[in-house]
Ligand binder design. Structure first.
Ligand code: AMP
Length: 217
């Protein structure tokens, strides 16, 4: 499948992308994961992006498009891809449209995960992430905690609270989402690609997406 996952921070895009990737081998492309890896490795891209990320601001569109132009042309994307956290602005969506046209790639859908604000806030403040950039498993201290000594159940690395998951950064990210990313829903509606899904439970949402893909939505 060739799908864009839209939704506020904490809507579950990453979790749903991982489950869909297990289902049909489409590759999850998370610009947030790519950027965090770059920061950890001390790469040039990471140095440019870190301050924006820590405060919950968006990284400039030009940096993001440089990443995506290359990533989407890698061979593993031929099987399909799930864009998680990209595009985040209308200029990114327009640039993606041009890029896909140039490459002769057609998107199946832009799936908008609708989640009530109070659920989002609760999820973000209780979310923890594996610090191993190759793993990045997501935990929730209430519903799916890491091991008793705070380690990842998959790779045994320490599980941490991300710098951009402090209360201040979370509120900033939600405000930026409303201002810059929410307009993408209208963008993809006009493109005839939008599918809204009320998403309260990741597994049920994935089942709904799979069913819809099989029946052509
Ligand atoms: P995420 O893990 O998707 O929440 O992304 C974490 C942070 O990385 C965001 O708060 C932004 O600072 C940055 N980021 C990720 N994807 C994008 C994007 N498409 N455009 C701009 N900034 C991004």
């Amino acid at each position: 499948m060739k799908v864009i996952l839209l939704g506020a921070p904490g809507a579950g895009k990453g979790t749903i992308a991982k489950l869909l990737s297990d289902y049909d081998g489409s590759v999850q492309i998370s610009t947030g994961d790519i950027l965090r890896k770059s920061v950890k490795e001390g790469a040039d891209l990471g140095k440019k992006a870190k301050a924006y990320m820590d405060s919950g601001d968006l990284v400039p569109d030009s940096l993001i498009m440089d990443i995506m132009e290359n990533r989407i042309q890698e061979p593993d994307c031929e099987r399909g891809f799930l864009l998680d956290g990209f595009p985040r602005t209308v200029p990114q969506a327009e640039a993606l449209k041009k890029l896909l046209e140039k490459l002769g790639i057609t998107l199946d859908y832009a799936i908008n995960l609708e989640v009530p604000r109070e659920v989002i806030l609760d999820r973000l403040t209780t979310r923890r992430t594996c610090s191993n950039s190759e793993c990045q498993a997501i935990y929730n201290i209430k519903s799916d905690p890491p091991t008793d000594d705070g380690k990842c159940k998959k790779c045994d690395s320490p599980v941490i609270q991300r710098d951009d998951e402090t209360e201040e950064a979370i509120l900033n990210r939600l405000e930026i989402y409303n201002e810059k990313t929410f307009p993408l829903i209208g963008f993809y509606e006009k493109e005839g690609l939008l599918k809204n899904i009320l998403s309260l439970n990741s597994k049920e949402t994935v089942e709904e997406i799979k069913k819809n893909l099989q029946t052509g939505m």
